[in-house]
Design a binder for this molecule. Sequence first.
Ligand code: F6P
Length: 529
Amino acid sequence: MSFPSINPTTTKAWARLQKHFSESKERKMQDLFAEDSLRASKFSIDWEDFYLDYSKNRITQETISLLLQLSEEVQLKQAIEQQFSGEKINQTENRAVLHTALRNFDAMPKEVKQTLKKMRVFSKKIIDKSWKGYTGKPITDIVNIGIGGSDLGPDMITEALSFYKNHLNVHFVSNVDGDHVQETLKKLHRETTLFIIVSKTFTTQETITNASTIRNWFLQKATILDIERHFVAVSTNIKEVENFGIAKENIFPMWDWVGGRFSLWSAVGLSVCCAVGYSNFEKLLRGAHQMDLHFKNKPFKENIPVFLALISVWYNNFYKAESEAIVPYSQYLTKLVPYLQQAIMESNGKQIDRNGKPVTYQTGTIVWGSTGTNAQHAFFQLLHQGTKLIPVDFIAFAKALHKQDVHQQMLLANCFAQSEALLNGTLDEKNEHHYKLFDGNRPSNTLLIKQLTPENLGALIAMYEHKLFVQGVIWNVFSYDQWGVELGKKLAKNTLSALDEKNTLQNKKTPTDLLITKTLETKKNSKNN
Ligand code: F6P
């Protein structure tokens, strides 16, 4: 069966939505609430530990039924089934998209199970200190070397699950800016540090450069034979990893049916696994799987990711909103927005549709934001009184992890007050001047989650993954490729060649590389004899 490729603007629902939009665009949400005292409970979805309140949006029952009709006309149901069943829906790369299979313990591919087992055994040894460095000392620090999906996911999750963390210090080196790697190395001791090189392709310039610099630093004191106690890799490119000097048993595989920005559920999550222990990592996967089941099985009118996507399309394509803000009221989620920026914007920032034609409508929304309450003292002025329409997702946890009731109540009060203020606005009571006028009618969703557990975090990330997929289906773009970043990579290589006339800087075998190959070969031969 071919993947649906329907231009949304040719559907009946689109034409009806357009008409509905011109008739209803001036209606104020304040009036919609006044007309229906049950609006808040009607426009909500309660699922497991999640409660989504989408009542503070410029929508009516009619908007919802037209958006649902749109989802039918673009064959969303079929698209979801095709993704989950492993069809090659990433047609421009001829690949299946199966990050959901990484967290489905009921039907897990054998190689995924084996890799999880390898991660469990390895992380246990690191945590219980039975894995020793080259001088016999246990590991105290882990450095994840990767970029994009090989960095943002594990970094975000490690930060988000700090509450569950053990004694290990985890660092992330991503930028090719040498200051990033040097500042990190300053804090480290060779004897007690484990480096995890994460690169699906193992050709990414930044990652290989950082990894080589770190390996040279390591070899200033240690020997080539010590590499196997301190360097492991996560990659699909086994040959290149071995060429780098990493022992076969220290390679954690991944597969081409897992996209970089959806890979934290794979061995890319090894640093997370070390930081919070395998059982918490598994809980993260299981939570995500629960959201997968919800997304796959629930009728669209009770389906959280589908609803979030439809509402977003409504603002993007009819109200012409250009961006969306995401504001988690949790300091643990400081890195959520950068993570989602890659997931969402790398996926849906496309202008050619699935029929190979330029689109005639807006696609990928710009996603931005940061944590509350800090954001209230930064960009919220613009949300409240600026000229742009910016729908907001508020995310909050009902119960705090640390029992800090006063703080928790203040945090929640602030979150709810902000969505209230965006909705209702207020007139300057003393009628002093217009500068104090808040017109309100500014949309938001509020997602209230019981507590920040690994399961709920997994479900939250999976929710946004599915939301972006639904948007991509509606916009008729291929969400799972990223050709747009390739040109920049190529040009950077060309420019480097121009700067590096003697050709000493680029992916060339250095004397260290040659020595490593020779030493490892000698070692292999002596083992075989
Ligand atoms: O910059 C684009 C990209 O391909 C991302 O999609 C990916 O997450 C990142 O580069 C890193 O790629 P790799 O894991 O192959 O090093």
